[in-house]
Design a protein around this ligand. Structure first.
Ligand code: MRU
Length: 350
């Protein structure tokens, strides 16, 4: 993967992130110095994608510790609790957000028991940077685990952006593609444009083109036609939350792709780290689905697409039932049905 850009990192006491709203036209980095700015960046999709949202939240907590004027561990703990509450209110679907906040809060519980506030700040930053670093390693491991599903010459359809931009690096669905390419397989990616925010057209196409991995963008309504003509060999998508029974919440439009894949006998895989699997959520009906504002549907680049006053809907995610999923590629290998058993066993290896 190209080292010329990065999704997000801690730099000189601030959270620095590529502003994904401006891609592909501009590569602009935001320098965020407060928790509120990080929360707004997550809400406005400057940073997006489940693992990247988790990383941003962790770095946001390190920033909260730095911002805090606390003189005691108890005061710092209270400031961190309110920062975590603010960050938790940003987006409801990606469970990685809550997983990352949980990790940061456990460190806070431990390091705020004394009154060395400066040492506590250092430990919180170390944990956040560790979480970001681990995210890249985990994506590489799951990418490598997924190479076996990609045959040489595969034409792989993906939806949304589950790439390096959606993680701290390498990606999940696109991590599988990158690992397959690194293993010498020839791969062509078909990227659904992904209405309404166009993560496929703007982001997947951008990062694959940067890596010189062949990519062709299609509008979301073209997938069935191409599948029917035998032009898709495999579907790999990411996930925002995977329930204990294997139901998968991912970007709106994933479910119809899974249905099409089933109709045409095409394998449909989900690539996600263990931090996206939520064993506390029994099935997809319990996954909170974010409803975003209407402007992303009614307007495109500032241009109205829909007559004024006509209502629109904007659920940002849908749920693909486990029965349509051929396998879930994780850093601990590929889980297959029955997911209620295989997903749980991933958490207790050996
Ligand atoms: O609304 P977004 O852009 O945050 O949605 C992102 C997705 O749906 C991704 O497919 C998912 O988070 C997987 S990212 C590796």
């Amino acid at each position: 993967m190209s080292d010329a850009w990065f999704t997000l990192r801690w730099q000189d006491g601030a959270v620095v992130m590529l502003d994904q709203r401006r891609l592909p036209a501009e590569e602009t980095y935001l320098t965020l110095t407060s928790v509120e700015e990080v929360a707004c960046a997550i809400e406005d999709l400057a940073v997006r994608g489940a693992p990247a949202i988790g990383c941003a939240a962790a770095l946001g907590m390190a920033l909260a510790a730095r911002e805090s004027r606390a003189h005691s561990g108890t005061e710092l703990h209270a400031d961190l609790a309110s920062a975590a509450e603010r960050l938790a209110r940003t987006r409801p679907t990606a469970v990685n957000l809550f997983w990352a906040l949980g990790r940061m809060r456990s460190v806070a519980d431990r390091v705020c028991s004394g009154d060395d506030v400066e040492a506590a700040r250092g430990e919180l930053l170390a944990e956040a940077e560790n979480l970001v670093e681990q995210d890249v390693a985990v994506c590489r491991a799951l990418g490598d685990a997924g190479v076996e599903i990609v045959c040489d010459g595969a034409r792989v359809l993906t939806h949304c952006n589950a790439g390096a931009l959606a993680t701290a690096g390498w990606g999940t669905a696109l991590g599988v593609v990158r690992s397959a390419v690194a293993a010498g397989r020839r791969v062509e990616v078909l990227a659904d444009e992904t209405r309404p925010f166009l993560q496929g057209a703007r982001l997947t196409a951008w990062e694959l083109a940067r890596d010189r991995i062949p990519v062709t963008v299609i509008t979301d309504n073209m997938a069935g036609h191409l599948m029917a003509r035998g032009e898709v060999d495999l579907v790999v998508v990411g996930a925002d939350r995977i329930a204990a029974n294997g139901d998968v919440a991912n970007k709106i439009g994933t479910y119809p792709v899974a249905l099409l894949a089933r109709e045409h006998g095409i394998p449909f895989y989900v690539a996600a780290p263990l931090s996206t699997i939520d064993l506390d959520t029994a099935d997809g009906s319990e996954i909170p689905i974010e409803e975003r504002g209407s402007a992303e549907v009614t307007h495109l680049a500032g241009q109205a697409l829909i007559p004024e006053g006509v209502p629109v809907r904007h659920p940002a995610f849908d749920v693909t039932p486990a029965r349509l999923v051929s396998g879930i590629v994780t850093e601990r290998g590929i889980a297959r049905a029955p997911y209620a058993e295989t997903l749980r066993s991933l958490f207790t290896p050996g």
